[in-house]
Ligand binder design. Structure first.
Ligand code: IVH
Length: 671
């Protein structure tokens, strides 16, 4: 075959295969036998091998996979990927609907959808070609898993019709139950542990390096939202319908997967329908999502820092089952907190085998009178760890002993303490208790803290067990010759690890402070403290009163800080870290940006701005010493008002005499 013929044939086959794929996976109307489809695909594959110059970027052969991705590059989301506000009762849905009605002008309609239980994905199309598929990640940036996304056959690689030049479509990648069960059957045959549940398996699969393996697992996707700068429609429901014209498979209206609702009764009807019918679906859902349709009204309702105010999810009630409690054991956390764990006779809840459940603390055990050997009720709600909600007393065997709570640490034998007013017991042996030592180091290296590449839990276990490190400061004195003799430590691994440590010296002060694992000093508190005190030295020398004087730092946090730095070992560690060159002060650029122009003032930010995003306005306020609040109250000094601000906010501000300023006036305040 000559080049001209080959090019023509490749184009023909691609077109033909694309059409059959669409008919089968999007429209559920097969138009060719599987055998003929495979033959055609093989022909195309072989032509592409011989004439790679004609292989299209989005050729149907990409469905089969084969591309290997070693490391998924990080990609910043053009539109942040937020989450949804959850609700567990219909009352909350009624409140949501009433609130929405109050806050916007005009008639409201809603779209009700299934809340697919999978992994979120954002797929960008440019000129009708699938360009990137990116995971949610931390909401701001995710991982580029394009090659794997392309193997999902219901996701079009090329669009048809009058699609916008560039847009993103978001949805959920799921693993249908049948495919999950098939995989597990095979695993069990091979003597391997079965996978936990379809959601985790979908998530793991999407991050496999070999896209051919991904293709073989049978992932699927449901798409639920369009994002773009100039989308050619006014409302959400319309946008979903339109996506079908471009080649996307949309949730079938005739099977009630999606419904346009006019009022609360229709919404509740949709919820009740799926509460009953959800087990009949071939995939997992964990609730229902209700969205305000009109984009204009969505804009008026706006966003909280985490989620849109124009949407809410209704989570189905947790499934409750009963099983036997074999034994209560105790876990020691990184801060020494003791958590009792119920070890159960394995039981299936909501598709997951559960062997352990949480019982919170000693009071809870006493209150529910939980005894080893009891039959207990176990529930799995929104949280990951199931919990015990009660005891089936009718099944209690005679002679079961009242449970006596542990008095000593199961790991190091130290007598446990319980502070007044606190629910949890603690092991006070912070310096010598192995899980506390390891836990602190694990926290130190974690992504949001020092983010040290090349190091994981296993490495830390080895390092601590071999006596090479006793605390996180010791990490920085590790040498190649200490590490190489350890198990699974190749030269490259050691090099990565040492590089990771070296690079961590650039991590900003606020994250170093967070990494130190001071009780109650989370990410936000660390940021507040760093911005206020500017250097570690200032923080170390601060008195209790000076600490409490900082906005949002209460007595509990202040006392914890003082206690932490009173301990000699912590002072030494801090000293070593400083000597190793970790950042213990704000960077010049951060300092230069800061001022106290807005100190003592509380702001509420609402609406859309021209020169800033809403988050940028908030960041500016904080950088200049002001405080940002989510709602208007007597304490609010200024409402920074953008376009399309909700009318109720404005009314409230006027009523309370809060100064309303526009973007320009705000700009002037910080100049
Ligand atoms: S809309 C701004 N619709 O639920 C948030 N999300 O907690 C827009 N999800 O991460 C999300 N089904 O991955 C939306 N029909 C649906 C959904 C859905 C599942 C997931 C989504 C998101 C999470 C939010």
């Amino acid at each position: 075959m000559d080049k001209v013929e080959a090019k023509k044939k490749i184009e023909e086959l691609s077109k033909e295969l694309r059409k059959h794929n669409h008919n089968y996976y999007v429209l559920s109307r097969p138009s060719i036998s599987d055998f003929d489809f495979d033959m055609m695909l093989k022909e195309l594959q072989s032509l592409e091998l011989t004439f790679p110059e004609f292989a299209e970027e989005n050729s149907p052969t990409k469905r089969v996979g084969g591309d290997i991705t070693k490391k998924f590059p990080k990609v910043k989301h053009k539109y942040p990927m937020l989450s949804l506000d959850n609700s567990y009762s219909t009352e909350e849905i009624i409140e949501f609907e009433e609130r929405a009605k109050k806050l916007v002008e005009g008639e409201l309609t809603y779209t009700c959808e299934l809340k697919y239980d999978g992994v979120a994905i954002g797929i960008t199309y440019v000129n009708g070609q699938l360009k990137y598929g990116v995971t949610r990640g931390n909401g701001q940036e995710g991982e580029d898993v394009t090659a794997n996304v392309k193997t999902i056959r219901s996701i079009p690689l090329e669009l048809s019709g009058d699609f916008p030049a560039e847009f993103e479509i978001r949805g959920e990648i799921i693993l249908p139950r049948a495919n999950f069960d098939r995989m597990n059957e095979e695993r069990i045959k091979e003597g391997l542990e079965p996978y936990m549940n379809p959601r985790n398996t979908a998530s793991g699969t999407l991050k496999l390096q070999d896209s051919a393996v991904v293709a073989s697992r049978g992932l699927d996707a449901f798409l639920y939202g369009l994002y773009g700068d100039d989308l050619p429609f006014q409302d959400h429901f319309e946008s979903v319908m339109k996506a079908a014209d471009w080649g996307f498979r949309i949730p079938p209206i005739d099977q009630n997967y999606i419904k346009k609702c006019q009022n609360i009764d229709e919404i509740l009807e949709f919820i009740n329908y799926w509460d009953e019918k959800r087990t009949e679906l071939g995939f997992d859902i964990d609730g229902i999502v209700i969205k305000v349709n009109s984009y204009q009204q969505q804009k008026q309702l706006g966003y909280t820092s985490k989620s849109p105010r124009w949407a809410i999810s209704y989570k189905f009630k947790a499934e409750s089952v009963s099983t036997r409690l074999k034994e209560i054991t105790y876990q020691v956390g990184r801060t020494g907190a003791i958590t009792p764990v119920a070890n159960l006779e394995p039981v299936l809840i909501a598709g997951t085998t559960v062997k352990r459940a949480s019982v919170h603390n000693a009071d809870q055990i006493e209150k529910l009178d939980i005894r080893e050997g009891d039959t207990v009720f176990v529930e799995k709600g929104g949280e990951i760890i199931p919990k015990i909600t009660g005891v089936d007393l009718s099944k209690r065997a005679p002679g079961l002993k009242v449970h006596s709570y542990a008095t000593h640490c199961p790991e190091c034998g130290t007598a446990l303490i319980r502070k007044e007013g606190e629910a949890q017991h603690f092991c006070p042996n912070a310096i010598g208790c192995p899980p506390q030592i390891k836990g602190r180091i694990e926290h130190f290296i974690s992504r949001k803290a020092m983010n040290i590449d090349g190091m994981g839990t296993e490495t830390i276990d080895q390092l601590v067990n071999e006596g090479l490190i006793r605390n996180y400061a010791d990490l920085y004195s590790l040498k190649t010759e200490d590490l190489l003799p350890l198990e699974r430590m190749a030269e490259k691994t050691v090099e990565n690890l040492l590089n990771g440590l070296e690079e961590s010296k650039e991590v900003p002060f606020e994250r170093v402070l967070f990494a130190m694992g001071i009780r109650y000093v989370g990410e936000t508190v660390a940021k507040k403290l760093a911005r206020h005190f500017k250097t570690m030295e200032n923080l170390l020398n601060a008195s209790l009163e000076e600490l409490i004087a900082v906005d949002e730092i209460g007595e509990r946090i202040a006392e914890s800080l003082i206690e932490f730095f009173t301990i000699e070992e912590n002072r030494t560690i801090q000293h070593v870290l400083a000597q190793q060159g970790l950042r213990f002060e704000l960077e010049e650029s951060q300092l230069a940006d800061m001022s106290d122009k807005l100190a003592g003032n509380t702001f509420v930010v609402s609406g859309v701005f021209t020169n800033y995003s809403r988050d940028e306005v908030k960041a500016e306020i904080e950088k200049n010493g002001g405080k940002v609040s989510g709602s208007i109250s007597g304490k609010t000094n200024y409402l920074v008002a953008g376009e399309n601000m909700g009318p109720s906010k404005k009314a409230k501000a006027e009523k309370l005499g809060v100064a309303i300023i526009n973007e320009e006036e705000f700009s002037k305040m910080i100049q």
